[in-house]
Each structure stands twice: as structure tokens, then as C-alpha cells.
Design a protein around this ligand. Structure first.
Ligand code: 5AD
Ligand code: FES
Length: 347
């Protein structure tokens, strides 16, 4: 196994067969070896810096029905909310005071936020703060819509591909098309966004073969960011009683992505932190170099319940800012509050 890890470390590519062999046969010693190599790669490209993004969950209305997700439209238990433009700008104000220079506006696919409304919000943030990056994460749109967002000043876009297994994708996403998902990612890249793709770990029936497809797809797409988190069952969804993903498997996949795409911006996700009290720290040690603390108003946080047991729902933004800094420093890394662009886009 060590030889395969070395090959991946040197060439940043491995055949599907070898990736599968790694996933199937990693013992404890090789797992540590993999994490060490991944961590070394991140140190080479980004030093010991961990980039901070302020996450603003601005709507939990969603027209989609993804069967794993707590804000799916069929979930009648979800307590729906939307933040107004002023409330969103207020979150940015609070974030700016705390030092954040990247805001991630995430939400369900909410038709209330027309192109004009999103454009207005993005423009207002970018006009108010000249030195920040705006990331959008609001789902599948047309090329024309993405272009409007970009022209309004949005810098980045997150759209996880969720899984690169077509059959699994179609089972999880009623009335959605896997081809359209990929089309979106390609359009976003062509327009010029810094693009984030990514997938969940431990979905029902997901296999090591499926992860190999995710890894090879990511290598080919070459996104600037990759979000990987464990699937965590949400009690009001059809997958409520399924088993979720593990911290261990998620960290292995983080390390593999770090070695495949050494320059990628890789978050230690909230889902990972929700599974285990030291989940995000373990993610960082596996090659992750981004964290996304929550800037949403505390009175809505619990309502953005994509999965059960989400951390930080009762904590003020300032508390999370300090908490995460302590965790990062204790793990031997340093907080970086700059925009944190991808190395190929640094301004
Ligand atoms: N468990 C873990 N992650 C989830 N997401 C949605 N529902 C869940 C869940 N139950 C992830 C998806 C989505 C991101 C915003 O949250 O990958 O892209
Ligand atoms: Fe929110 Fe630790 S990051 S309390």
C-alpha cells in the first residue's frame, strides 16, 4: 500500500484500480501514512494556514426533494425561514467586524430569490466591502443565471456533485438529472467562478467503487474547492433510519483528494465536526485547510437542519470565531482571515 501512496504523492494521479485497492486494503499503519503525506502536501502549498469562511444560511425553502436532506420540500416538519437583504447584510457586518473576508451565501433552491434579488444582494455586499469574496451555494441554475451572478461580482460557487454514481444520484434526487448537475459545474467553470464540487460519504449502498468514481471525476474537473462530508441521517427524511458515514472514511477521502489535487481548498466540514467533537481537527490533519464557521443569526440556525445533531446551532458568531481559532491553533495550524483565494487566483 505504501508504494501506491508514494505514487499518488509523487504524480498526483492513480488508476481507478489502484485507488480501489487503497480504499479496500488500508490498514491502520498505512492510513496514518496517507494522512501524513496529505498533510505534508497541504503544508507545501498553503503552509499551516487555515482559511475561514463565514457561512450565511439565508433560506431553508427548497423546491427540490433530495431524500437525504432535512430541508427537502416534502418535509412538512421543517420550520421555514428566509433572511431579508438587510438581515443578510447585517450578518456580513457582524462577520466583517470579526475579521471574515469571505461570505458563503447558502440556501435551498428557493424561487423567491429571483435572479434580480440575488444580483442585488451580491452587488450590495461587494459595493459595501471592497476586500471580500462572495461565494454562492444555491443550487442548479442556467448558464445565463450563473453569468448574471458572476457579473454582479460573485467570486465563487459551491455545488457538490453529491455522488458520481449515476444510479445512486438518481435514487437520491427525484426528478433531477445527473447530467444537468455536471453541466452546471462545467458552466460555472467556463464562466470563471472559483468552483467547488464535492460529495457525501456513507450514503446508503455507496461503495468504494463509487468513491473511486468521485475521485476520478474530481481529478478531471479540477475544481478549486472540494466539499466532502459524512452523510448524517435526518429524522424527518426517508433516510432517517439508515446508517450514516464515518469520520474515518471521510478523513481517508479528504487525504486522497488532497493528494490528487494538491492545491485544492478543502474544508473540514461542519458535518464532520457534528459526528465527532474533534472531527474538524481530524479533517485538518488529513489535509483539509478551510473551515466555515456559521454567521447565520442564532434564531434561524436550528431551522437549517440538513441533518440531525448539527453543531453550533446555539452559538453566537463571535463564539464560533474564537472556538474554531482555539481548535485550529491547538492542532498546530494558524488562522488566516484573508479572502483565501485558490493559489491560481490569488490577487
Ligand atoms: N447529511 C450530510 N450532508 C448533507 N447535505 C445535505 N443533507 C445532508 C445530510 N443529511 C449536504 C449536501 C449539500 C450540502 C449543502 O449539505 O452535500 O450539498
Ligand atoms: Fe461554533 Fe465551536 S465552532 S462553537
Amino acid at each position: 500500500m505504501k508504494a501506491l501512496i508514494d505514487e499518488l504523492d509523487t504524480h498526483h494521479i492513480l488508476s481507478g484500480e489502484n485507488l480501489l485497492s487503497l480504499l479496500e486494503n488500508l490498514d491502520e499503519e498505512n492510513k496514518q501514512y496517507l494522512h501524513t503525506k496529505a498533510n505534508r502536501n497541504r503544508l507545501q502549498h498553503y503552509d499551516d494556514r487555515v482559511y475561514m469562511r463565514g457561512l450565511i444560511e439565508f433560506t431553508n425553502y427548497c423546491k427540490r426533494d433530495c431524500i437525504y436532506c432535512g430541508i427537502r420540500k416534502s418535509n412538512k416538519e421543517a420550520d421555514r425561514y428566509r433572511l431579508s437583504k438587510d438581515e443578510i447584510l447585517h450578518c456580513c457586518d457582524v462577520g466583517y467586524q470579526l475579521g471574515y473576508r469571505t461570505y458563503v451565501l447558502q440556501g435551498g433552491e428557493d424561487p423567491y430569490y429571483t435572479d434580480d434579488r440575488v444580483v442585488d444582494i451580491v452587488r450590495s455586499i461587494k459595493e459595501k466591502y471592497k476586500d471580500v469574496a462572495v461565494t454562492l451555494s444555491i443550487g442548479e441554475k442556467s448558464y445565463a443565471t450563473y453569468k448574471k451572478y458572476y457579473d454582479a461580482g460573485a467570486d465563487r460557487y459551491l455545488l457538490r456533485h453529491e455522488t458520481h454514481s449515476r444510479t445512486l444520484y438518481e435514487r437520491l434526487h427525484p426528478h433531477m438529472s445527473y447530467d444537468n448537475r455536471i453541466r452546471c459545474l462545467e458552466d460555472l467553470k467556463a464562466i470563471g467562478f472559483q468552483v467547488g464540487a464535492g460529495f457525501m460519504v456513507g450514503l446508503p449502498s455507496q461503495t468504494n467503487g463509487d468513491y473511486v468514481k468521485d475521485l476520478l471525476f474530481l481529478k478531471q474537473l479540477e475544481p478549486h474547492m472540494v466539499g466532502i462530508g459524512p452523510f448524517i441521517p435526518q429524522s424527518d427524511t426517508p433516510l432517517a433510519h439508515e446508517k450514516g458515514g464515518t469520520v474515518e472514511k471521510t478523513c481517508i477521502l479528504l487525504s486522497l483528494v488532497r493528494l490528487l489535487l494538491p492545491e485544492v481548498l478543502l474544508p473540514a466540514t461542519t458535518a464532520l465536526g457534528s459526528l465527532h467533537s474533534k472531527g474538524r481537527e481530524m479533517g485538518l490533519k488529513s489535509g483539509a485547510n478551510v473551515v466555515m464557521p456559521n454567521l447565520s443569526p442564532t434564531n434561524v440556525r436550528e431551522k437549517y437542519a440538513l441533518y440531525d445533531g448539527k453543531i453550533c446551532t446555539g452559538d453566537e458568531a463571535a463564539h464560533c470565531r474564537k472556538c474554531i481559532e482555539n481548535r485550529i491553533e491547538k492542532s498546530g495550524y494558524h488562522v488566516d482571515m484573508s479572502r483565501g483565494d485558490h493559489v491560481t487566483r490569488a490577487m
